[in-house]
Design a protein around this ligand. Structure first.
Ligand code: RUQ
Ligand code: CUA
Length: 682
């Protein structure tokens, strides 16, 4: 069996080994930290042929085809070498962000975002993290401790990822988190006022001045106002928020942020214009039927009511102009402390137009040069491609087919469509490469479709042609290609973000992981290389950035660093100045942590005392992280080298409570502990 399968097999192996050797010689490169030992052993092996023989044997024993071996060689990263790209993946229900290397598909980090995460000490006592989590709670103070993260957005400069910050939305509660990529930690959470549901979020403008967030399921405006379902058309509204991002502060700021009222259609995905379309924003919508559900009253169920019409409306928003209008007195209304441009003002000022779009549209994706918007319909077989120049012309000539019930002008479909392409059943999302190709995920038929864009990318016969499809397993939602939504995509790799894995992995009970499939798109034929199970929530969108664009801190730049402010905390504990200060009902401790002890080691308090601990990890060595956990008190901190953290709690449990370092830091890590002694009241 093997001999048949392995026809030309050893030569393939040798070819690859030699190929790999040549590549690593040529690049000799730094980012991968070049590994001379591996290179020379590869050469020896290739020269004397011994490795190819054993590789052939391994392949035979493991029943691997030549294609399998090729795929393995394309994804393998030797120990000590690094991946070329990093993916930032939404963590779905986990409320987190996953960082994954490409092509190895190794999980590098789970970034705590909306949900408490013990390893990073996020939400287990440290003041810095508790503050961020609190910011994301309901105004009433009701805690929100889960999230449905969908769309991560890396900050951009001139439409290119710059590797500085990352935003991610929470569909479940209409929130946005801001992650600083110097330390990969969440610094801010916004519970967006007025809306309680979102989906078209987060998307950034080409210089990240604005983070875009559109509501999904229409509610009253604000949602906290009550209205019955029979008042839907009159009282319910959609909304789009433009959060102003201050890069120096690394925060979304109130000043300059504003919202715009929209009809109560269900706004879906959005994208920001780039290059020629910079300054404009595009959002799909569904439920232009204004269906309200209500099967119990004999009304059509939502999924039928929402899909009655053949066309819904793409929202075309003039953001540049909206920014100006939002500054003018009398043009906005303050709702829940936020400036909102009312719908009638949006219409009269020419900020909002509609374009008919077919069959339950879902993704809208702007081409790298900003010339086209690609829209796919969940119940369609086509991608519909709109020309930005055609849209501009129609707006300028006021060439409308009419207006919707809220008075928003509707452009004529035939005037603005540049092309339509038969893609397959259930196309969803589109990414791009550096050779004028588009890649569209096709949900119902479980394929990734590759097709050629029109001019200026491709001309003549080539323009707007479907060229290839590769089956994926199964039910692909989004897809991501290397820098595939920027002004200069890289090509090379795409990843199919599949919703179902069914039989791809060892069974783990009825709840199955999602399946990320790495696809090599560099050759003539797309090749699936690797299946990565995601067993931690259902990711939606992912962005893939060149790894060398990131420049994270190896350790915090100075001892006493507060990650909450990204500066030295003057009140941080310093080595040699550790102390315990007592006043009435309060014990304040300045503590240092270093391999392998805390100082002080005994903390005696009275039951009911307020205890404040300032702890600094005074280490300067890379990776010398200490944890700080107090047993029975639900407290755990992660203190990375240089980090200072504060934890406040009431000593309401009397008795003896060991505290210990919860990160294996040294040979005497087990001994890195101390005692909290809480003397009972009576
Ligand atoms: S979604 S599978 Cu982006 Cu939330 Cu389309
Ligand atoms: Cu410090 Cu373990």
């Amino acid at each position: 069996m093997f001999s048949k399968k392995s026809l030309g097999f050893s030569s393939l192996v040798i070819l690859f080994i030699v190929g790999i050797f040549m590549v690593s010689c040529k690049s000799g490169d730094s980012s991968n930290g070049g590994n001379a030992a591996n290179d020379s052993s590869a050469r020896t092996a290739a020269q004397n042929g011994s490795l190819s023989a054993s590789a052939e044997q391994i392949a035979a024993e493991r029943d691997l085809s030549p294609q399998d071996v090729e795929a393995a060689l394309k994804t393998y990263i030797p120990s000590g070498k690094h991946d070329e790209y990093l993916m930032f993946s939404s963590g779905g229900h986990s409320g987190q962000v996953f960082v994954i290397g490409v092509p190895s598909m190794r999980l590098l980090k789970v970034i705590a975002a909306f949900t408490p995460e013990p390893w990073q000490g996020f939400g287990f006592g440290s003041e810095e993290s508790m503050k961020v989590l609190k910011e994301g709670d309901m105004e009433s103070g009701k805690e929100l401790r889960w999230a449905d993260t969908h769309h991560p957005a890396l900050t951009e400069t001139d439409g290119e990822y710059d590797g500085e910050f990352l935003f991610i939305n929470d569909k479940a509660n209409a929130r946005v988190a801001v992650i600083d990529l110097r330390d990969f930690e969440t610094k801010q959470m916004i519970k967006t006022p007025n809306i309680i549901s979102d989906h078209g979020s987060t998307f950034v403008t080409p210089n990240s001045e604005y983070v875009i967030q559109a509501s999904q399921y229409a509610t009253t405006l604000p949602f906290s106002e009550y209205a019955g379902m029979d008042e839907y058309q009159e009282k319910f509204r959609g909304l789009i928020a433009f959060h102003k991002f201050d890069r120096d502060k690394g925060r979304i700021v109130e000043e300059g942020s504003f919202q715009m009222e929209l009809p109560p259609y269900w706004q879906d995905l959005c994208d920001a214009g780039k290059k020629v379309s910079e300054g404009w924003v595009f959002c799909n919508s569904i439920n232009t039927e204004l269906a309200t559900g209500g099967i119990e009253q004999g009304l059509p169920p939502f999924e039928a009511g929402v899909s009655q019409r053949d066309m819904d409306y793409m929202h075309v928003i003039n953001l540049n102009k909206a920014v100006e209008v939002a500054k003018q007195p009398g043009k906005t209304q303050e709702i829940s402390g936020v400036k909102v441009i009312p719908l009638d003002v949006a219409v009269s000022e020419g900020l909002l137009y509609f374009i008919p779009e077919p069959k339950s549209p879902h993704g809208v994706d702007v081409t790298p040069g900003g010339e086209y918007l690609v829209v796919s319909g969940k119940l369609d077989t086509h991608a519909t491609i709109y020309g930005f120049d055609l849209i501009q012309k129609a707006i300028k000539e006021e060439n409308f087919e009419g207006e919707d019930v809220y008075g928003v002008p509707i452009l004529k479909y035939n005037d603005v469509v540049a092309a339509q392409l038969e893609i397959g059943l259930g196309p969803l999302h589109t990414q791009f490469d550096n050779e004028g190709n588009a890649y569209t995920s096709v949900f119902i038929e479980s394929t990734l479709a590759k097709w050629k864009l029109g001019p200026p990318y491709n001309t003549g016969e080539d323009a707007w042609t479907l060229t290839e499809k590769v089956p994926v397993q199964y039910n692909i939602g989004h897809n991501v290609c290397a820098e595939g939504d920027t002004v200069s995509p890289d090509g090379k790799y795409c990843v199919a973000l599949n919703k179902w894995s069914i039989d791809r992995f060892s069974p783990v009970g009825p709840l199955l992981p999602q399946n990320f499939q790495l696809i090599d798109v560099s050759g003539d034929k797309m090749q699936v290389l690797y299946d990565m199970p995601i067993g931690v929530g259902e990711p939606h969108y992912v962005q893939m950035i060149k790894a060398d664009k990131l420049n994270p801190f190896p350790v915090y730049p100075e001892v006493g660093y507060n990650p909450g402010t990204m500066s030295v905390n003057p009140n941080a504990a310093k080595a040699g100045q550790e102390k315990i200060v007592r006043s009435d009902g309060k014990v304040e401790v300045w503590m240092s942590a270093i391999r392998s002890h805390f100082n002080p080691e005994h903390i005696t308090v009275n039951e009911g005392d307020e205890v404040i601990l300032h702890i600094t990890n005074v280490e300067r060595a890379r990776d010398a992280t200490h944890g700080f956990a107090i047993e029975g008190y639900n407290i755990n901190l992660s203190l990375e080298p240089g980090e200072a953290s504060t934890v406040k709690f009431t000593a309401d449990e009397p008795g003896v409570f060991p505290f210990y370092c919860s990160e294996f830091c040294s040979a005497l890590h087990l001994e890195m502990m101390g005692y909290l002694l809480v003397e009972p009241k009576n």
